[in-house]
Design a protein around this ligand. Structure first.
Ligand SMILES: NC(=O)C1=CN([C@@H]2O[C@H](COP(=O)(O)OP(=O)(O)OC[C@H]3O[C@@H](n4cnc5c(N)ncnc54)[C@H](OP(=O)(O)O)[C@@H]3O)[C@@H](O)[C@H]2O)C=CC1
Ligand SMILES: CC(C)(CO)C(=O)C(=O)O
Length: 342
């Protein structure tokens, strides 16, 4: 067993990194590594971590260790990776000369390529996949709000055992899984809503309450589910209904969906997808790691995924400055036309 208070480093402390690291820091030493602009906010305001179940944790600036220098990770026993997926290669390269061989590296990112990229750059460390099911809303001034529910998941591995108690003690228990690839695909199926949400320019709850947007998501999921089936991948069950039934639920009329999908709709009224947040901040999104992953999987199976390809193109246009708002019927017509023209 490791000592009872393992040192943890969080690399890329933004919304997820500050929320998870801010909680873990109540139990053990946590070094948050990120950008100067975030460091300055935390140094001024500390952190207020809240959640939709009424939880509230206040962290004072002097109790937080936020730095911009990644080499502080050299003493960490557990390293959480919370950068956006496009930043993983750079972070992996920067960590390679820094980390101890015994370090456990846990990716808390969306997408499927982060763990392979980290494993290649850090062959001596134990690199494991994790999954964050909930949304974290960044409200400014160090305020981070868990805006939906769910339990953190991580790949079952003996090397994680010494850290499990720390996660549990701060109210973020890890559900250990033997099927992380299937979990990641199931999460990706849900993340297919990220681009729809970003283009709608609506909070998640309002967007998901509108059938035409849900039809868009159902179409994107249909293509992904077909490709997954052809590839022999069975997505894990993360929702009350199995993933393969979600498109049918999504296509239900608004009133029926509202009744049947209460758990899915248990989201803070202000929450939006991380893709929306990226576009709003003028950043590149992770869309290549979401819909792009579906397009590539389908293509490997010799299948088309035209609605995903179209959505991908629309989000790329938005990244390049074309921030038009896609009303529900417009987006539905656009994706349906793309799907029918193949
Ligand atoms: N936000 C959410 O609700 C959810 C997010 N996720 C996933 O979690 C991951 C993290 O997302 P999120 O927390 O929203 O992302 P954020 O953009 O809020 O945080 C990532 C931070 O890492 C910083 N960063 C990038 N490169 C480096 C580097 N080399 N060194 C130090 N810091 C760096 C970024 O700075 P800069 O912006 O300057 O690049 C940013 O501040 C993503 O994969 C996302 O899909 C999963 C579930 C929910
Ligand atoms: C939690 C969820 C699904 C919220 O949209 C997400 O993963 C994201 O925003 O990237």
């Amino acid at each position: 067993m490791n000592e009872p208070h393992p040192e943890i480093a969080v690399i890329g402390a933004g919304s997820i990194g500050c929320f998870v690291g801010g909680h873990l820091g109540m139990q053990t030493r946590v070094r948050l590594v990120g950008r100067e602009r975030v460091r300055a906010v935390i140094a001024e305001h500390g952190m207020r971590l809240t959640d939709l179940d009424g939880g509230r944790v206040e962290r004072l600036p002097q109790d937080l260790d936020y730095v911009t220098d990644i080499t502080v990770a050299r003493t960490a026993e557990l390293v959480l990776i919370t950068v956006k997926s496009d930043d993983t290669p750079a972070v992996a390269q920067a960590l390679a000369p820094v980390l101890r061989e015994s370090a456990v590296v846990l990716s808390l990112q969306n997408g499927l390529q982060n763990v392979p990229v980290l494993r290649e750059a850090l062959p001596k460390c134990t690199v494991l996949a994790g999954m964050v099911p909930f949304n974290v809303l960044h409200r400014g001034h160090g305020r981070l709000h868990r805006a939906s529910a769910g339990t953190l998941m991580a790949e079952r591995h003996a090397a994680l055992a010494p850290f499990a108690a720390t996660f549990a003690a701060c109210g973020l228990p890890l559900e250990l899984r033997d099927d992380m690839r299937e979990v990641q695909w199931a999460k990706l199926l849900l993340n297919l809503n990220n681009g729809v949400n970003a283009l709608s320019d609506l909070p998640l709850r309002e967007e998901l309450a509108l059938r035409d947007y849900r039809r868009c998501l159902a179409l994107l999921q249909d293509e992904a589910l077909r490709a997954l089936k052809a590839a022999g991948i069975r997505p894990a069950r993360l929702t009350p209904l199995p993933a393969r039934w979600l498109p049918t639920l999504l296509r239900a009329p608004d009133a029926v969906f509202g009744l049947l999908a209460q758990r899915l709709l248990a989201i803070d009224p202000l929450a939006r997808s991380s893709t929306w947040e990226d576009l709003a901040a003028g950043r590149r999104t992770e869309i290549e790691h979401i819909n792009g992953e579906v397009v590539r999987l389908a293509s490997r199976q010799g299948m088309p995924a035209p609605a995903n390809a179209r959505l991908l193109a629309l989000v790329h246009e938005a990244e390049q400055g074309d921030r038009r708002i896609w009303r529900r019927s417009e987006l539905w017509d656009e994706l349906r036309t793309a799907a029918e023209s193949r």
